[in-house]
Design a binder for this molecule. Structure first.
Ligand code: HAM
Length: 420
């Protein structure tokens, strides 16, 4: 049997209402904050991500779905959206039309990671990018938007963690200090961290290896070596979050897995899911637009994992969805009427009613069972003596009220159904 590829998932009809509910909350909050939706292609030239995210990151070095097309161009299924949004901003010179562009997106992403609960190879993110201003209020706004969406869904067990990575220059100075510290413990580092020592030393803070964690406990912290400009920026972000009533913790070890960050980084963690507990993450990226050959303008953004959020909602039992409304089930009293029932259903659907009928020539009793199963508000009986006398029998399922509707009186039929 051919199955879905490891790490990918079908979203079955029964799960769709949860996704739609999540999308509705996401779009309504982004709309309130004046973020505009952007949709970019599912694949891009590989070099966009290599340059945007960074060659030495796990995403670029091990996780991308990369292939060569027939014209020998290396393409990659998008592992994240920030690089794509920045590419689109530059390609369409959107920064010339307005000095601040606020985008949001909802899209599938692809990373060849080891699948586990909350970690997939095709997953979905919603996220936002505000490009054009270095105002720390925008860093705060991005965190507030993310937090507001999660709260609006009803999620409780959330922790907002923030950090600042400072400017690239102060970071380089700090990296020297970290290298000096780690060289003394180098032999005891895990193999993975030994590699990261060369390629991406800050990521050693993300190691799950116990020995590494012990070593990193006494490592110098970037936050203590920040330049004044970055410190001031960070203070303003914190103040805006306090004013907005957003609870947060400072996490000096929060380095994030993508290379483009400068200054603020953040994650929102949930204790309602397993090991993969980051519901969203983001931060400021002031060098990225220039790195991708655009103007030297700053940006800040975040992305959230939708599968993880839905898992948290499920575990906190907060997805109490409205019942799907179902207007009408049309029943054929006997086989002679099935064609009339089919035509009638099409006509009534054109009046914007949700209508179903039986496709198996089932008995009247079985048809009624279906109507009940679908929780139809009304049943319309076609055939029998009523039909011979020029009427349909309409029955309200909740209390059994019956209406005789003249066959040609569409208005009456539709209005009774719509008004109830
Ligand atoms: P990221 O931390 O790589 O950041 O991903 C953001 C969120 O996507 C994670 O917190 C997680 O919820 C979800 N996620 C990531 N990988 C997986 C996976 N394999 N399976 C399920 N969910 C996953 C970014 O992608 C940045 N582009 C965020 C950003 C936007 N920074 C600035 N602007």
């Amino acid at each position: 049997m051919i199955k879905a590829v490891t790490g990918t998932k079908d979203i079955l009809p029964e799960e769709i209402p949860n996704w739609k509910f999540l999308e509705k909350v996401v779009t309504s909050v982004f709309d309130n904050y004046n973020y505009k939706e952007i949709r970019t292609p599912i694949f891009e030239e590989t070099k966009l991500f290599a340059r945007g995210i960074g060659e030495s990151t796990d995403i670029v070095s091990k996780e991308m779905y990369t292939f060569t097309d027939r014209s020998n161009t290396s393409l990659t299924l998008k592992p994240e959206m920030t690089a794509s949004v920045v590419r689109a901003l530059i390609e369409h010179a959107l920064y010339k039309k307005q000095s601040l562009n606020k985008f949001y997106y909802i899209s599938p992403m692809f990373r060849q990671e080891r699948p586990q609960a909350g970690r997939l190879r095709q997953f979905h993110q919603f996220g936002a990018e505000a490009i054009g201003s270095n105002n720390p209020l925008l860093d705060a706004e991005i965190i507030i938007v993310a937090y507001t969406i999660l709260k609006k869904l009803g999620l409780k067990n959330l922790t907002v963690k923030i950090n600042s990575l400072g400017l690239p220059e102060s970071r380089e100075n700090y990296k020297k200090l970290l290298r000096e510290y780690l060289i003394k413990h180098f032999d005891k580092l895990s193999n993975e961290s030994k590699k990261r020592f060369q390629t991406n030393i800050l990521r050693i803070f993300d190691s799950k290896d116990e020995q590494d964690i012990m070593i990193m406990q006494n490592a110098p912290l970037l936050l203590e070596y920040l330049d004044n400009e970055s410190l001031e920026h960070f203070e303003k972000v914190k103040k805006a979050l306090v004013n907005a009533g957003i609870p947060f913790e400072i996490e000096p070890k929060l380095v994030r897995g993508l290379d483009y960050y400068t200054n603020t980084t953040f994650e929102i963690i949930s204790s309602s899911v397993g090991a993969q507990n980051a519901l969203c993450g983001g931060g400021r990226y002031n060098g990225l637009v220039k790195e991708l050959e655009g103007p030297d303008i700053p940006g800040v953004g975040f992305a959230a994992g939708m599968e993880r959020i839905l898992l948290a909602c499920e575990n906190e039992k907060i997805l109490s969805l409205e019942e799907d409304k179902f207007d009408l089930y049309i029943l054929a009293i006997d086989k002679d009427f099935v064609d009339i029932v089919f035509d009638l259903a099409i006509k009534l659907r054109n009046f914007d009613l949700k209508v179903e009928l039986d496709y198996f020539n089932r008995s009247l009793k079985a048809q009624l069972r279906e109507a009940n199963k679908l929780k139809a508000k009304f049943a319309l009986f076609v055939g029998g003596d009523e039909f011979k006398n020029g009427f349909y029998l309409l029955k309200k399922m909740s209390d059994g009220t019956q209406f005789n509707i003249p066959i040609s009186d569409w208005n009456k039929l539709v209005s009774i159904i719509k008004e109830s």
